[in-house]
Design a protein around this ligand. Structure first.
Ligand code: ACM
Length: 414
């Protein structure tokens, strides 16, 4: 590379007969320029076998001026249903970075397991780290493990967003600290099916404070995600009180709260982000000035089966082939929601059926690059027929990198 300079508001890559010039306003921009350059080189560049031809690598002479459409370009990995080791999470971060996404949301806790060491609440990891879906041994990240994930991601300009799910999907909390559980349903119904954190007990909020304090200290990123989806057995007013109290605690530790779309019922801060996944209810958050992360399940849920024959995945939101993930637009998805209300797009991988990184890759590729292009490129410059040709050329790269993928029939693979 002949020269690198940080002079421009946008990423500029210019390849001439004797030089490659990359300029960007930020270090992240330069990193993304290098990923583009990597994609311009022949696929053999990804080999570890030192197969460089005697004539050297060739790239076409061209100029690219580029900038991302959305600030938030993310993926989510559920490490609670099935535990993923630090090395496996790093492999997912590598894919996220390769496609110039900048956020990896880790769903760290759910009914089936708790995955992060909390020193003031040691039983969360020691008791609830030892379980996972289907009865495996589970696992958890020590605080040093988590710092290592954050460091590895930051080196690739990826921010880790920790999600601590509450007050529902919290059986792992109740198993470790039964005192936060309501023995009767709030409101007095003894037939409770609520296995979550009791929203009206001081002990509950002492635990939430301990967890948010420690996770905030471990996380240099500005956000703590509190989940808050699917709390159907809690009366609405109790749920709202819980979310508002959690928002106060997150704010006290100088973080911004994120919650799934159900939090729209609470009085939100304009800095709180709301993650759309299922309905149009996220629109309710706009009256507080809160912005949306767009994760509509029928378009971007990476745990949906591709077709009825896909051996992994669920189908409650339909089948999601790569074209479905590519051909929609966040700014026209919901009436009344425009780009001014949207921070970006995130593709979640829930792991009820996904037990290791090989399986995760099968669900991630080729859908995640389709979603990354949607998050990066303006609608006028996106065409499925063009994308499907370009992405076909990535399969030999994935094979050299040892990355699994789904060979969708929508793409003519090389
Ligand atoms: C979700 O899929 N329950 C957010």
């Amino acid at each position: 590379m002949k020269s690198l300079s940080v002079t421009s508001l946008v990423l500029v890559a210019a390849v001439t007969a004797d030089s490659v010039h990359l300029a960007a306003r930020t270090n992240a921009g330069l990193f993304h320029g290098v990923q583009t350059l990597r994609q311009l080189l022949p696929f053999e560049v990804e080999s570890d076998m030192n197969v460089r031809p005697a004539t050297g690598w060739r790239i076409p002479a061209l100029t690219i001026v580029d900038r991302p459409r959305y600030a938030w370009r993310g993926a989510m990995l559920d490490v609670a249903r099935h535990f993923f080791t630090v090395d496996e999470v790093k492999q997912v971060i590598d894919i996220v970075a390769l496609y110039k996404l900048n956020t990896l949301h880790l769903h760290l806790t759910d009914d089936q397991g708790w995955r992060i060491e909390i020193k003031s609440r040691p039983k969360l990891a020691s008791v609830s780290g030892a379980s996972q879906m289907g009865g495996g041994v589970g696992g958890f990240y020590t605080q040093d493990d988590f710092r290592e994930i954050v460091r590895y991601a930051a080196e690739r300009f990826v921010t880790i967003v920790p999600e601590i799910e509450m007050p529902g999907h919290s059986s792992s909390v109740v198993n470790a600290y039964p005192e936060v559980h309501c023995t009767t349903r709030p409101g007095g119904n003894p037939d409770s099916t609520f296995y979550g954190i009791c929203p009206d007990s001081a002990e509950s909020f002492r635990l939430v404070d301990d967890v948010v304090r420690e996770v905030s200290a471990l996380s240099p990123g500005p956000y703590i995600h509190i989940g808050a989806d699917e709390v159907s057995v809690l009366p609405p007013e109790q749920f709202v009180r819980f979310v508002e109290r959690a928002q106060d605690i997150v704010t006290k530790y100088n973080k911004r709260m994120i919650g799934w779309e159900e939090i729209f019922r609470a009085r939100l801060l304009p800095t709180t982000l709301v993650q759309l996944w299922r309905t149009d209810s996220a629109r309710g958050a706009l009256s507080y000035g809160s912005k949306l992360i767009m994760s509509p399940a029928p378009k971007v849920y990476l745990d949906m089966k591709y077709t009825p024959n896909t051996e992994l995945g669920l189908d409650w939101s339909g089948f999601v082939e790569p074209r479905t993930s590519y051909e929609w637009d966040p700014a026209t998805y919901l009436p009344g929601v425009t780009d001014a209300n949207i921070v970006g797009v995130e593709a979640p991988l829930w792991t009820e059926t996904v037990r290791n990184v090989t399986a995760a890759e099968y669900m991630i590729l080729p859908r995640l690059p389709a979603i990354a292009e949607l998050a990066w490129t303006p609608p006028a410059a996106r065409r499925w027929d063009d994308f499907r040709e370009r992405i076909a050329e990535h399969a030999p790269r994935w094979r050299l990198m040892g990355i699994n993928y789904y060979p969708s029939a929508q793409i003519r693979w090389r």
